[in-house]
Structure formats: C-alpha cells, structure tokens
Design a protein around this ligand. Structure first.
Ligand code: NDP
Length: 448
C-alpha cells in the first residue's frame, strides 16, 4: 500500500496549477487536481482570453470606419452585444474542454469541487472526503478586491462583465489599472458612454509616465471621461434598474453599470492553511521561497496566490519550475527580471525593463531615445492618433534598460524587443539592424 493516495494534489486548475499537474505527471508522478469553478482559471475563463476577444470584437467599430475610407461600402452596420458575448463565451467553453482533455491525457484525476488544506499531507474535499498526498500545490489564484462602500453589491467585477445581459449604455469604471483601462477601451469602442473614476491623478502606475500620458490623451480624445482624485461614496439602485453613483459632488451620476477594477486579492480565505502552518503575508498572500515552497515543507504555491507578479505566463513558469524541481530532478527558479507586459487598451501600450524615471533613479545618467509618429494604419482614421516608442539606455554601457511603446500592435512588437533586452543588447545593436519598411516596428531601429 502506498503511503499517500497521490504524489501530488494540486488545488486550483488555472494556468499555474494545470501546467504543474501536467508536467509533474509527465515526470511520472501520480497527480490529482481540484477545481471549484471551471478548469482553465481566471485567464481562460474570466480574464485574458475572453478580454482579448472582446477587444478584437470592439475594434471592428473603428476598423469598419476605416474600411469605408478604403473604398468599401458597408450598408446597415450595427452591433449586437449578446452575439459578441455568446461567441466569446462559446470559445471559452471550447478552451475549458481542451484544458480538461490535457489533464485527462496526462492521467491527472480531476475533482470538480472545492478542496481545502486538512494537514501537511491531506486535503479535504467539499464532499467531505479526505485525500492524502506527498506534496500539495496551492494554485488558487486571486479574486477581485471589492471596496467597502454602501451599495457595492450593485456593482460588478471583471467576473461578471463577460456575462452582462445587455450592453451598458452608460458605464462607470472604478480604478486606473489594467482591467479599468482595458474595459473602458472595449465599451468606449462599442459605443457606451464611459467614465473612469480614479483615486489619484496617476493611472497604470507601473508603466512609463510619458506613454501613459499619451494613452490618457488618446482615451480622452475618444470620449472616455476621466474623473481623477475621485472616489465612489455610494451606489444606489433606482426603481428602473439604473444606478445612482455618489462621487461626493452636488449631483449623483446615473449609469447602467459600475465595474470595480481596484486590484485582485490572493484567494486564501477559508483555505485551511492554519491546519498545516502555512504562513501568509500582509495581503493574505502565501509566502514562498525561490522554489515556491511555503513554510510547510510538503506544501508549495504558485501564481497569483503568492502575489509576486500577477501575470499568467509567470504563473505558468512557476508551475513548470515547481514540477521540474520536485518531480523532475531539475531544481529551477524563475528569473523575474525583464518581464514584458502590456495593457490591451485602445490603442494598446506595452513595456519591458525600467521606465525612464526608474532608470534615472537607479543609473543616474541615462539617454532617452524616442519616436513620436503617426502609424500608417491611422492615416484614414478620423482620429489623428500618434504612436510613441521610447528606449532608455545606460549612458555608460550603452545597454538598453527599458523599451516602452504605445500604438497599434505594440504588444506584438514589444514581445520581440524584450528578447533583445533580456539578451543585454546595446542601442548599437538596434542601430546596426536594417529597418523593415514600411512597418511600425521599424521605428525601434530608427530611434533618435
Ligand atoms: P491593478 O493593480 O492594475 O490596478 C488597480 C487600480 O485600482 C489602481 O489604479 C489603484 O490605484 C486602484 N485602487 C486600488 N485600491 C483602491 C481603492 N481602495 N479605491 C480606489 N482605487 C483603488 O488592478 P486590476 O484590478 O486592474 O488588475 C489586477 C491584476 O490583474 C493586475 O495587477 C495585473 O497583474 C492583472 N491583469 C493583467 C492584465 C494584462 O496583463 N494585460 C489585464 C488585466 C489584469 P493606485 O494606483 O492609486 O494604487
């Protein structure tokens, strides 16, 4: 008789958990995974994937306008939210199925119910059954943080926004981060009236200030209303189903929906961590070492629940490194330097490495090269929106410290530029590269 039911029990079948389960199984481990919602987790079910599809869907509004300038006649253009919503959710169902199949093909047992920690080597399922495992991996992710004001129960988070019965004609978004900017862009493009309420005058704090300023300028030009230094005091539901939002001024604002996007909290509440002495940090995140091990030696954690970098590709790497370390005889840690990231606002912005401000603080003397240009794609657009690319270079070594950009397709371009930064290339390497003309990306090798 084996000492434990499984070699590994994973709690949470999101990006990090599924990768860890699959790779551990391929290393020969007997693996089980529990998921209380849907296999795929935040990214696949209610995050990156459906969000990006909504971005694509909403971009047709602008592009169909361009099409007419290119000579196309498009009679009777109209938009139907339920069609886009159902199409997106249909694809989410397909992806959920694929994730399930991956687990099945790797002979990972799936328990479609909540699991909590019962001890260092045991989990308790919602059905009451207790299962033992040599190792437990916690990959339960994070959950939208909802502020505490009267009427917050009438508001939605990014969990609900994908399932709205109707497109809000008037949408208020609280927050100035990734989710706020992406959904403000989607609904603005789809024709909703959008107001963003932000507690300071800074949005997207981790991005280069000049790039963010450009984004704000463009977003305002497209009609998004920004209320800076504002906080929602309360939300009231009227008899006709509308929401009256009190922002502390004389008049309350009437909207159809309020989307809260004020960060995400590690989902550790009620997980039974105290039963195994798993230590938490100040935000409720699970504290782990460089090998993703918690304060309990048989329990590991990866992804958003550890609140290191809340990005899917990072969770996937952590899950993979965990599996290689524990079951693959190949101890691996993650290099968190130079992680590229992007905001799929309209237009999108992207960055890797140090912002200009961070570089000046850390290196003192830096050179900043930039290109402020009108993308050819925008020539027929009614908006004279300009792209902006910036490269931050260490004056002493000429090494590129950061690349930041806003403009059409900037995440696609930035991903490749991030390789150069990771490889420690200098500005000269960019200058030595012949431009690919005509493209937007060529601006990167023509920076002055
Ligand atoms: P973010 O951390 O990006 O932004 C949170 C925003 O809410 C900030 O503007 C913050 O302001 C504000 N805020 C926080 N607390 C309060 C409060 N109590 N009252 C008013 N405003 C508040 O969080 P998101 O929810 O947008 O996204 C969560 C995470 O998900 C992101 O950090 C990111 O890691 C991930 N994500 C990544 C995406 C991508 O890669 N494209 C897309 C979507 C999400 P302040 O700056 O003043 O603190």
């Amino acid at each position: 008789m084996a000492e434990f039911n499984y070699d590994l029990f994973v709690i949470g079948a999101g990006s990090g958990g599924v990768r860890a389960a699959r790779i551990s199984a391929s290393h020969g481990a007997k693996v089980a995974i529990a998921e209380e919602h849907r296999v795929g987790g935040t990214c696949v079910i209610r995050g990156c994937v459906p969000k990006k599809m909504l971005v694509y869907g909403s971009m047709f509004a602008e592009e169909l306008g361009h099409a007419e300038n290119y000579g196309w006649t498009l009679a009777d253009k109209s938009f139907d939210w339920p069609t886009l919503r159902d199409f997106v959710n249909g694809d989410v169902d397909r992806l959920e199925g694929l994730y399930g199949k991956t687990l099945e093909s790797h002979e990972v047992d799936l328990y479609a119910e909540r699991a909590t920690i019962a001890g260092p080597n045991s989990v308790r399922l919602a059905s009451g059954r207790e299962i033992t495992a040599k190792y437990i991996l916690i990959a339960v992710g994070s959950w939208p943080a909802m502020p505490d004001f009267p009427g917050v129960e009438h508001c939605i988070s990014s969990n609900e926004v994908f399932h709205l019965e109707e497109q809000p004609q008037c949408l208020m978004v609280m927050g100035g981060g990734y989710i706020a900017m992406e959904f403000a862009g989607i609904f603005n493009a789809l024709g909703s009236e959008v107001t963003v309420v932000n507690r300071s005058d800074r949005i997207l704090r981790s991005y280069d200030e000049q790039i963010v300023e450009r984004m704000l300028h463009i977003a305002m030009g497209r009609g998004i209303d920004f209320k800076m230094h504002s906080q929602i005091q309360s939300v009231e539901k009227t008899e006709d189903g509308c929401l009256l939002v009190d922002l502390g001024g004389a008049n309350k604002q009437r909207v159809d929906q309020v989307l809260i996007a004020t960060g995400r909290t590690p989902k550790t509440a009620g997980l039974g961590l105290e039963n195994a002495g798993v230590e938490l940090g100040e935000k409720g995140e699970i504290k782990v070492d460089e090998f993703n091990r918690t304060s309990c030696s048989s329990i590991y954690a990866v992804g958003d629940v550890t609140d290191r970098v809340q990005l899917t590709p990072v969770a996937i790497r952590e899950g993979h490194a965990f599996a290689d370390t524990v079951f693959g005889e190949n101890p691996r840690t993650i290099d968190y330097d130079h992680i590229p990231s992007a905001v799929f606002s309209q237009p999108p912005l992207a960055g890797v490495g140090l912002t200009e401000k961070q570089a000046r603080q850390q290196y003192g003397n830096v050179k900043v090269y930039s290109s402020d240009f009108r993308p050819m794609k925008n020539i027929f657009s009614p908006h004279a929106e300009r792209g902006l690319y910036k490269m931050i270079v260490d004056e002493a070594s000429e090494k590129v410290l950061g690349i930041h950009m806003i403009g059409p397709e900037s995440p696609e371009i930035l991903q490749v530029a991030a390789v150069a930064l990771k490889a420690g290339l200098t500005k000269q390497a960019f200058d030595d590269t012949v431009a690919l003309h005509p493209s937007m990306a060529e601006e990167l090798v023509l920076l002055k």
